[in-house]
Ligand binder design. Structure first.
Ligand code: PMP
Ligand code: GLN
Length: 432
C-alpha cells in the first residue's frame, strides 16, 4: 500500500537539504517550501503535486474510476462553448488579445446582474467586481493582498487546499477550526475560541468542499457576528453556489454586518461544467476589490477574453441549464450515496456541491491515504483522502479524519454505476 505525500504530513527533513540550490543562508524556508509544506506536499524536501493531480494519475495508472478530483467528465453546454470558439476564430472584439485587467465589461455587468437576480445584491460592475483566472486566483490575490507576516488566517477544516498554501505563501499563520462528523456544521463558538489579536481574515466556504454542508442563514449570521465582534475580514468561497440540491444558497455577503468586510469568490467552472476555462470573479466593497486588484494584475494581469464573453452569456442565459444540471447531479449524488451505503458505509448526505465524505473505518480501513493504492488496484476506484484537505501533522484534522475519504459524484450516471459496482468490493480490500 502506498502513502500519498499529500496526506502524510511534514516529514523530519521537510526543511530540505541545506545544499538545495534555492536554500537561504539563514536557513529560513523559501516561499515555495512554505507553500508546499502547508499543503503537506513536501516529501524529503521535494515538492510534490497536489492531491488532486496525484489521485487523477493514480486512477489513470490503474484504469480505476476517478471519483477523486472534482472534474466533470461531461463538458458544459455546447452553446457556451460555441460562443468562445467563435470569438477565438473571428477575433471579434479583440478576443485574442489582452483583456482589461478588471475583466471584460460585459462579464462584470453579467456578474452584477447575476447577483441582483439571484440574491438581490446590488454591485457596481466597475468598482465591485473583479474577474480572475478561476476562483483559485481570486483566493490567491485576496490572501496575498490582505494578509502578511504576523497575521493569522482562520478557516474550517477540512478545506480547499489553496487556503492554507496561499496563506503560507503570504507569510501569515493558518489556523484550522475542526468541522466534526456526523454533520460537519461550522461551530461559531469554536470559531470564536480560535480568533485572536492577530487574526486578520476568516475563510468561509459555502456550499462546502468537501462535505457539501450549506449552513442556513441563522448559522451564517452567528459566524458573521463572531467576525464582526473581532473586526476581521471574511473571504467567502462560493464556487458551488448553483449546485445546491436541498435548500438554497445564501451568500455570506448578504448576511447583516457582513458586506463591508467580505470578499466573495466564485467561478464558472463548477456551475457550467467548464472547470478548465478558469473564469472566476471576486466581488465586494470597492476598496477591498481595489486592494485585491492591486495584486491580481501582477499574477495573471487578465483572463482569456473569449472565455470571459462566453461566460457573460452563460451567466445571463444559463438558468435552464443550471436547473437541469442540479437535477442530474442530485440523481448522481443519490445513486452514489446508495452505492456507498450498500458497500457498508454511512455517507454524509451533502446538500450541495460535487462530493460526499465517508468514514472507511466502517469497512476496516483506518487510514484512507494509506489505502488509496489498494483501493485503486483492487477495488478499481479512487477518491481523495480527507486528511489531504487538512493541516498536516499530529493533532490536526489530518489525524482526526484519517479514515475519511471524499468521493466526487460530478460524473455521468454510467460512471457512477460503474463506481458503485466497484465499491461493492470495498470491504474485501481491508481483508488482505
Ligand atoms: N474553491 C473551492 C471550494 C473549490 O472546490 C475549488 C475547486 N475547483 C475552487 C475554489 C477553485 O475554483 P476554480 O477552478 O474556479 O479556480
Ligand atoms: N476543486 C477541485 C476539487 O476539490 C479540484 C481543484 C484542483 O484540482 N486544483 O477536487
Amino acid at each position: 500500500m502506498g502513502t500519498t505525500a499529500a496526506a502524510r504530513g511534514p516529514q523530519p527533513d521537510d526543511t530540505g537539504p541545506t545544499r538545495h540550490p534555492t536554500a537561504r543562508r539563514d536557513g529560513r524556508p523559501e516561499p515555495w517550501r512554505r507553500t508546499a509544506a502547508a499543503a503537506g506536499l513536501l516529501a524529503g524536501g521535494v515538492p510534490t503535486p497536489t492531491v488532486f493531480e496525484a489521485m487523477t494519475a493514480l486512477a489513470a495508472r490503474h484504469g480505476a474510476v476517478n471519483l477523486g478530483q472534482g472534474s466533470p467528465d461531461e463538458d458544459g453546454p455546447a452553446w457556451i462553448r460555441d460562443r468562445a470558439a467563435e470569438a477565438i476564430r473571428t477575433g471579434a472584439d479583440r478576443s485574442n488579445q489582452y483583456a482589461p485587467g478588471l475583466g471584460l465589461p460585459v462579464l462584470r455587468q453579467a456578474v452584477s446582474a447575476h447577483q441582483r437576480r439571484h440574491y438581490g445584491l446590488e454591485l457596481d460592475p466597475d468598482r465591485q467586481v473583479l474577474v480572475t483566472t478561476g476562483a483559485t486566483e481570486g483566493i490567491a490575490a485576496t490572501l496575498l493582498a490582505l494578509v502578511g507576516p504576523g497575521d493569522e488566517v482562520v478557516a474550517f477544516e477540512p478545506y480547499y487546499d489553496s487556503y492554507a498554501a496561499m496563506t503560507a505563501l503570504a507569510g501569515a499563520r493558518f489556523t484550522a477550526v475542526p468541522l466534526r462528523p456526523p454533520h460537519f456544521l461550522p461551530d461559531p463558538e469554536a470559531l470564536e475560541r480560535a480568533l485572536g489579536p492577530d487574526t486578520r481574515m476568516v475563510v468561509l466556504n459555502t456550499p462546502h468542499n468537501p462535505t457539501g454542508v450549506v449552513p442556513d442563514p441563522a448559522l451564517l449570521g452567528r459566524l458573521v457576528e463572531v467576525c464582526v465582534r473581532h473586526g476581521v475580514l471574511i473571504l467567502s468561497d462560493e464556487v458551488y453556489e448553483h449546485l445546491v440540491y436541498d435548500g438554497r444558497h445564501h451568500p455570506v455577503s448578504a448576511v447583516p454586518g457582513a458586506w463591508e468586510r467580505t470578499l466573495t469568490v466564485s467561478s464558472a467552472g463548477k456551475s457550467f461544467s467548464l472547470t478548465g476555462w478558469k473564469v472566476g470573479w471576486v466581488t465586494g466593497p470597492a476598496e477591498l476589490v481595489a486592494a485585491v486588484r492591486a495584486v491580481k494584475q501582477f499574477l495573471t494581469y487578465s483572463t482569456g477574453p473569449a472565455y470571459q464573453s462566453a461566460i457573460a452569456e452563460a451567466l445571463s442565459d444559463g438558468d435552464v441549464f443550471l436547473a437541469g444540471q442540479r437535477d442530474r447531479l442530485r440523481a448522481a449524488r443519490d445513486r452514489l450515496l446508495s452505492g456507498l451505503g450498500a458497500a457498508g458505509l454511512d455517507p454524509v448526505v451533502p446538500a450541495a456541491g460535487y462530493f460526499t465524505v465517508t468514514d472507511l473505518s466502517a469497512v476496516g480501513l483506518d487510514d484512507a491515504a494509506a489505502a488509496t493504492e489498494a483501493l485503486a488496484a483492487r477495488a478499481g476506484v479512487v477518491g481523495i483522502p480527507v486528511s489531504a484537505l487538512c493541516t498536516p501533522g499530529a493533532g490536526t484534522g489530518a489525524h482526526r479524519l484519517r479514515s475519511w475519504m471524499r468521493w466526487a459524484f460530478c460524473k455521468p450516471m454510467d460512471t457512477i454505476e460503474d463506481a458503485v459496482r466497484r465499491l461493492a468490493a470495498l470491504p474485501t480490500v481491508s481483508a488482505d
